[in-house]
Ligand binder design. Structure first.
Ligand SMILES: O=C1O[C@H](COP(=O)(O)O)[C@@H](O)[C@H](O)[C@H]1O
Length: 276
């Protein structure tokens, strides 16, 4: 009989992203010893989703987040020998209203670390126009998303990659902020972000929860207290990250041991005794 120790990394990839029974299991919290083990699985998630999406509808729509995700994702994707992004359409789950050469610009970071090194066509990168006032910028980005998803009332991304701040925010949806209740707009402006810079545009929960697949990536001990609250519940209003529950899609939480340190729920631990 096969033991957990015999479950090699490749097998785990196969199991995690190709097993129908696994994918129907609802939210999946998968814990890795460190981001070094998490990174390749994240890259595999992206490429396996891309392959599936392109085979089914000719393109792969990916929503990216900023923060710590940028360098991890870029580094991991660039290690793949035959990465073909020619059919990718990439948007931003949120973006800071700063010029593209500002170190706070999520697009600017991805441009330097990833887009300039892979073959995503320029027309496949949906950016904000940071020269616009924040409300107009949100309208302009809304228009770009609607044009990119002409058949959808609400854009349905194949995959959204999300981060979570230590306050439980995701995208630029912050705790107790009125934007959490937005039901009409697919993109909203925010001028009072508690995390600088204050002006941003963000996808709203209806778009996030319409995606085919959503994957949070959360690493480091600073995320441990909030990860426990988000995944194990607390009294009172749910944190923004806890309100991400795709209606018809899958939900992954890919976390490392330091971030998972306080969890008591059952998690999957590839290759280290979890029942996979
Ligand atoms: O401000 C932001 O923060 C979140 C979380 O970032 P992290 O560095 O704590 O991982 C990020 O997902 C979001 O895109 C960004 O605008």
């Amino acid at each position: 009989m096969r033991t957990d120790k015999m479950l090699q990394s490749h097998d785990f990839h196969q199991y995690l992203f190709h097993s129908d029974s696994a994918l129907m299991a609802g939210r999946r919290v998968v814990v890795f010893p460190s981001s070094a083990e998490l990174g390749p699985v994240l890259a595999h998630l992206v490429t396996s989703r891309a392959e599936k999406a392109i085979a089914s509808h000719g393109r792969f729509t990916l929503g990216l987040s900023g923060g710590s995700l940028v360098s991890m994702l870029s580094k991991e994707l660039l290690t793949l020998p035959e990465l073909d992004c020619s059919k990718w359409v990439v948007g931003f789950c949120d973006e800071r209203l700063v010029s593209f050469d500002d170190p706070e610009s999520t697009y600017g970071l991805y441009k330097n670390q990833l887009f300039s090194k892979v073959n995503i066509p320029d027309s496949g990168i949906l950016t904000i126009d940071p020269s616009l006032p924040v409300s107009e910028c949100a309208e302009d980005y809304t228009r770009k998303l609607k044009e990119a998803f002409p058949d959808d009332d609400i854009p349905v991304f194949d995959l959204l990659l999300l981060g979570m701040g230590p306050d439980g925010h995701t995208c630029s949806l912050f705790p107790d902020h009125p934007l959490l209740e937005e039901t009409k707009k697919i993109v909203a402006p925010i001028s009072d972000s508690p995390k600088p810079p204050p002006q941003r545009v963000t996808m709203t929960l209806p778009v996030v929860n319409s995606a085919c697949c959503v994957a949070f990536v959360s690493t480091g001990g600073s995320k441990a207290p909030i990860l426990k609250e988000v995944l194990e519940g607390r009294e009172g209003p749910a944190f923004p990250a806890a309100r991400v529950v795709p209606t018809n899609g899958e939900l992954f939480w890919l976390v490392d041991d330091p971030a998972a340190a306080s969890l008591t729920i059952q998690v999957e631990r590839p290759g280290s005794g979890a029942k996979l």
